[in-house]
Structure formats: C-alpha cells, structure tokens
Design a binder for this molecule. Structure first.
Ligand SMILES: CC(C)(COP(=O)(O)OP(=O)(O)OC[C@H]1O[C@@H](n2cnc3c(N)ncnc32)[C@H](O)[C@@H]1OP(=O)(O)O)[C@@H](O)C(=O)NCCC(=O)NCCS
Length: 181
C-alpha cells in the first residue's frame, strides 16, 4: 500500500448497463487484445505497443492494474468472453479525489454506443461510490470521434494542453475534457 494514497479497488458489484458490463482482464483475453490492438486507429490514438504481440497482452493483463490504475475490459453482458473494448482509470488519486480516464472500442464493436456507455458507466461509479470529484480525459485535437464520445458522456471541453501526452516516445498536444461530480 502507498502511504497517503490508498489503492483503487475493483467496483463491487461489477458495473453493468444494458448490453455491456465491465470486468477485470484475464488470460483468456490475450487473443481479443492482440486482434483489437492491431487496429490502426487504436494504435494511433492510444499507448499500445506497435506491433502488439501476445506477450504485450500478457504483460498488460498481469501488470496493467496497480494501486493507481484500474484497467477494465468492456464485454457483452450476455457473454462475458466477448470483448467489445476497454475503459480504465489511471493516475488515480483517492486523496486528491481525481483521476484520468481512457477507452478504446474494438473495431468489431464500433458505432454501437459502446465507448459512450462504458465511459458513462465507469465515470458515474468513479464520481459516485469511489468518491472522486474530478475526471480528466485527454483527446488529440483531430480525434473527432473520441471528442464526440466525451461530449455525449457529459464531459466539458477545456484547454489545449501542449505536449500533454507521450505515445511511444513522441509528445502530442491534447484537448482536456473534464467531468466534475
Ligand atoms: C473513438 C472510439 C473510442 C469510439 O468508439 P465507439 O464505441 O465506436 O463510439 P460510440 O459508438 O459511442 O460512438 C461512435 C458513433 O456511433 C454512433 N452510435 C452510437 N450508438 C449507435 C447505435 N446504436 N447505432 C448506430 N450508431 C450509433 C454515435 O452517435 C457516434 O456517432 P458519431 O461518429 O457521429 O459521433 C473508437 O473509434 C476507438 O476505439 N478509436 C481508437 C482509440 C481511441 O481513439 N481512443 C480514445 C483515445 S482519447
């Protein structure tokens, strides 16, 4: 345990809404992760390694979760082995009551509201039972689809943060979107 910064625990009961639910990643998800992360859009706008190997997936499954990170698989409510995407908290500070949040949707599950529903579900838990007061979401200016997802989920557009994120050794400007309790 980190002194002064308690670890973020899994939602209990697990989060679910309509056609999807959120769960921990497991060994059985290696193939879905490799297939989803081979998508050029996911590779471009997230920090996944390129190329994304089964070893990368295993490392993410084993070590992605930490006291300050809660990566969750977005899966079908009817069949939890069917991965639809990812949503997660990172840089969580329970003492400062804030976190960053991010997501991607697998290419086979896009344009069905998955990202918006998953973002709303995790955000309302984080700002509700978890007790946070502020969530920040960083989106590149040309990532129009993700900006629309953020705004539809209630996030407010904020400042352009110069060189705000680093992806594979290169820094990118990002727009900060924020949701307050
Ligand atoms: C951006 C991204 C997360 C969007 O995921 P998604 O699950 O397809 O998003 P949604 O389905 O919630 O919204 C996408 C579109 O589908 C539409 N849609 C929502 N529900 C729908 C439904 N039932 N039927 C048809 N269309 C629907 C939305 O209106 C939206 O339309 P828009 O393009 O005009 O905004 C996805 O393209 C992605 O993974 N990109 C690469 C990674 C990335 O950019 N991550 C974010 C980094 S900040």
């Amino acid at each position: 345990m980190l002194i002064g910064n308690p670890a973020v625990e899994l939602p209990e009961p697990p989060l679910a809404s309509g056609p999807l639910s959120l769960r921990q990643w497991g060994e059985a998800d290696v193939r879905s992760l490799v297939e989803a992360c081979a998508d050029p859009l996911t590779a471009r706008y997230t920090s996944v390694p390129i190329p994304y190997t089964p070893e990368d997936a295993r490392r993410f499954i084993s070590f992605g979760r930490s006291p300050t990170a809660l990566p969750l698989a977005v899966v079908s409510a009817d069949d939890s082995s069917q991965v639809l995407g990812a949503v997660g908290l990172h840089a969580v500070s329970l003492t400062r009551r804030r976190s960053e949040i991010g997501y991607w949707t697998a290419p086979w599950a896009r344009n069905q509201g998955v990202a918006q529903m998953a973002l709303e579900l995790l955000s309302s838990w984080a700002l509700g039972p978890l007790g946070l007061e502020r969530l920040d979401l960083y989106v590149e200016p040309e990532n129009d689809g993700s900006q629309r997802v953020a705004e539809r989920a209630g996030y407010k557009r904020g400042a352009l943060v110069r060189s705000g994120i680093a992806l594979r050794g290169r820094r990118y400007d990002v727009v900060r979107f924020t949701l307050l309790r």
